[in-house]
Design a protein around this ligand. Structure first.
Ligand SMILES: [Zn+2]
Ligand SMILES: [Zn+2]
Length: 312
C-alpha cells in the first residue's frame, strides 16, 4: 500500500476516505483538516488566545498538539474530576504534555470545592455521566470567562458528534438538534464562544495522530462511562460504519448542511443570568446550581440522620 500523497510506503489506511498515508503525510493531512475546520467555520483567528479543554485523553491532547503546531495561541485547561486513579493519571499525563512542550496549563480540582465526581454522584439521582457533564460545562465556561479567553476549544471528534446526533434524533430533541454545531457563538456576556475543531476527524484518526506524534495519553476510558448510553450509540454507529464506510461523516455533515437548518427555529432564546452564580441560565438558576442544591440538600439530610441516630 502506497501513500496517497507522496507514494512512499503507507503506514495507515483510512477506510472511509479509501486512502492510505505515510506517517509524515498523515500528520500533515490531520493538521490541515484541523486548520480548515478552524478557518471555514470561523472558529477563531490567529490573534485570539484559545483555551483548550484537555482531559488527558487522545482527542484533546491531539487537538492541543495540532493547534500549537499550526501556530495558534493556546492555553490548556484541565479539570481534575476526582475519579480515583483514572483522574490521577489523566492529570499527570496532561501536566507532562504541557511541561514537555512548554505550554501554559490551568488546572482546577473539583475536590478543592468538595465536588469530586464520586461525591456528587453519591448525592444525586442523576446518572454519573450527566452530573459530570454538568460540572465540566460549568467549570469550563466559568474559567474561560474568568480568565478572559474569547474562545473555548474541545476535543469532540466525529464519533462523538455522530453519537450525540443519533441520541438527539432517537429522542427527537429538537432544541438540542437546533444547536448541534461545531461553533456555538456567545449568547451571554459570561458565555465564551465554543468550538470543536476535530468534528470531522474520527476517533481512529485522532488515535493514529496521537500515536504518530508520540503523545502519551490516558488509554483507559472513564470507569463511569461503562454502559453509558453514548457508548451504545457509538457501537451502533461503528457497525454501520463497518458495513458502509463513510456513514458517520455523511450523517454529521449532511445533518449540518440539510438537517440542522430545519431545527433552527427550535433553539432556546437568549439566556438570563443565574441568581446564585451569575452564569447563563434559563429560569432562575443554572443547571450547575440546581445540581449543587440537590447535592447539598441530600448531604444535609444524611448528616442530620446520622447525628440523630448517634444521639439515640
Ligand atoms: Zn506520504
Ligand atoms: Zn448558577
Amino acid at each position: 500500500m502506497k501513500c496517497k500523497r507522496c507514494q512512499s510506503k503507507a503506514e495507515v489506511q483510512i477506510r472511509h476516505g479509501n486512502s492510505a498515508f505515510c506517517r509524515g503525510c498523515f500528520i500533515f493531512c490531520f493538521q490541515r483538516q484541523v486548520q480548515r475546520a478552524v478557518e471555514k467555520e470561523k472558529m477563531f483567528t490567529r490573534d485570539e488566545e484559545v483555551l483548550v479543554a484537555v482531559s488527558g485523553g487522545k482527542d484533546s491532547l491531539a487537538l492541543w498538539d495540532a493547534l500549537n503546531d499550526l501556530g495558534y495561541r493556546t492555553t490548556g485547561m484541565h479539570l481534575a474530576l476526582g475519579i480515583g486513579s483514572y483522574s490521577h493519571i489523566s492529570t499527570q499525563k496532561t501536566e507532562a504534555f504541557a511541561d514537555n512542550r512548554g505550554l501554559r496549563l490551568i488546572t482546577a480540582r473539583l475536590e478543592d470545592d468538595g465536588l469530586a465526581v464520586p461525591t456528587v454522584t453519591a448525592n444525586t439521582h442523576r446518572p454519573a455521566c450527566a452530573a459530570c457533564g454538568t460540572l465540566k460545562r460549568h467549570y469550563f465556561d466559568r474559567l474561560a470567562f474568568e480568565h478572559g479567553f474569547p474562545v473555548l476549544a474541545t476535543g469532540h471528534n466525529l464519533d462523538d458528534e455522530a453519537a450525540r446526533l443519533l441520541g438527539n434524533v432517537l429522542h427527537w430533541q429538537v432544541r438540542h438538534l437546533g444547536k448541534q454545531r461545531p461553533v456555538l457563538e456567545s449568547t451571554h456576556e459570561r458565555f465564551v464562544r465554543k468550538v470543536k475543531p476535530l468534528f470531522r476527524l474520527s476517533e481512529y484518526e485522532s488515535a493514529v495522530y496521537a500515536f504518530f506524534r508520540g503523545i502519551d495519553y490516558v488509554v483507559a476510558e472513564c470507569p463511569n462511562s461503562v454502559g453509558a448510553t453514548q457508548l451504545i450509540h457509538k457501537e451502533a454507529l461503528n457497525r454501520l460504519e463497518a458495513a458502509m464506510p463513510g456513514t458517520k461523516l455523511s450523517f454529521v455533515q449532511e445533518f449540518l448542511r440539510v438537517g440542522r437548518p430545519a431545527f433552527s427555529g427550535h433553539v432556546d432564546g437568549t439566556p438570563g443570568s443565574c441568581e446564585r452564580c451569575g452564569m447563563p441560565a434559563f429560569g432562575s438558576s443554572c443547571a450547575f446550581c440546581r445540581l449543587i442544591r440537590e447535592v447539598e440538600t441530600k448531604r444535609q439530610r444524611r448528616t442530620s440522620t446520622s447525628t440523630a441516630s448517634e444521639n439515640h
